[in-house]
Design a protein around this ligand. Structure first.
Ligand code: NCD
Length: 302
């Protein structure tokens, strides 16, 4: 089935095609795009969301599709129905597409027999492919380039529990960026070269062109935190001072939601180097291009 569950599902040709279409949609501001009013999309968000859900929903509506939201808190999940059975029932209604956020992994077992394309809008701490696409789209647009060759992205904070970090790092590396991580030891990823991992800002001596701050995913941490919020801010908060350390042209990303005064400060968010609201703006166009593609044919480029 033509799902989009991971960045690994996309070839370089697919990525180029999605970015090309997102650029077209952004330029045209969606004009004359509402030619398929009968298409129906189900949104199933089993975890809270502001940006992801609203941008999918507004992109669907700008494209003339009908978005129907599944209200998990008032559904038969509350009567003991399983998520798998809920999905089979929703798929039986034959929507054209389902957009799903789940606190567990969206895997083959869960989706077996679902003949409707599914877009992963964030699953557990595994992947968030459309966030990665909008992050990288925003960076390519800002640098006005086709790839991130010769540039370094520093991902700061709770990498280990972050689906955004996992997907964005993968895509940035596909686009030839070097990705480094700055975090307290328990938040650093395993399986990446040790020379790409730093335990404080001061020890980073290489150049950094892009910095992405991450929220600590407290809802996924069952033991104690490495330190309290105040100490975390002192040591790992992305402030103007940190941006200045990386230089005048260092761009700032954050997927949201931001905890101001913990992983980031307001002055950094408002700085001219910040792309945070541009990420949100571009999310609508990028998600529109992904939905349109999967609904139309979902043909993969080689
Ligand atoms: C993130 C998510 O839900 O994965 N936000 C988003 O989708 N823009 C990050 C987070 O919750 O910290």
């Amino acid at each position: 089935m033509n799902h989009l569950l991971s960045i690994d599902d996309l070839s370089q040709g697919d990525i180029n095609r999605l970015f090309f279409r997102a650029r077209q949609l952004k330029k045209a501001r969606f004009s004359r795009e509402s030619e398929k009013p009968n298409r129906v999309i189900f949104g199933l968000f089993l975890e809270p969301s502001t940006r992801t859900r609203m941008s999918f929903e507004s992109a669907a509506s700008r494209l003339g599709f009908r978005w129907i939201n599944f209200d998990a808190s008032f559904s038969s999940l509350k009567k003991g129905e399983s998520i798998r059975d809920t999905l089979l029932n929703l798929a039986a209604m034959e929507p054209d597409l389902m957009v799903m956020r789940h606190y567990e992994v969206l895997d083959d077992a869960l989706l077996a027999g679902i003949e409707i394309p599914v877009i992963n809008a964030g699953d557990s701490s595994r992947e968030h492919p459309t966030q990665a696409l909008l992050d990288c789209f925003t960076l390519l647009e800002a640098f006005n380039t086709d790839d991130l060759r010769g540039r370094t992205l520093a991902i700061v904070g709770d990498v280990v529990h972050s689906r955004v970090a996992r997907s964005t790092a993968k895509l940035a590396e596909r686009l030839k960026a070097r990705v480094i991580y700055i975090a307290p030891l328990p938040f650093l990823p395993t399986g990446v070269p040790r020379e790409n991992c730093y335990k404080c800002f001061e020890s980073v001596e290489e150049g950094v062109d892009m910095v992405m701050a991450l929220r600590t995913q407290k809802e996924r941490i069952f033991g104690s935190l490495p330190m309290c919020d105040g100490e975390y801010y002192q040591k790992f908060g992305v402030t103007k001072k940190v941006l200045n350390q990386f230089g005048e042209d260092c761009l700032l990303l954050h997927p949201g939601p931001a905890n101001i005064g913990v992983e980031i400060d307001e002055m950094a968010m408002l700085d001219k180097r910040s792309l945070i609201l541009t990420q949100v703006k571009n999310g609508v166009f990028v998600r529109a291009s992904v939905m349109e593609w999967l609904m139309n044919t979902g043909d993969r480029c080689g």
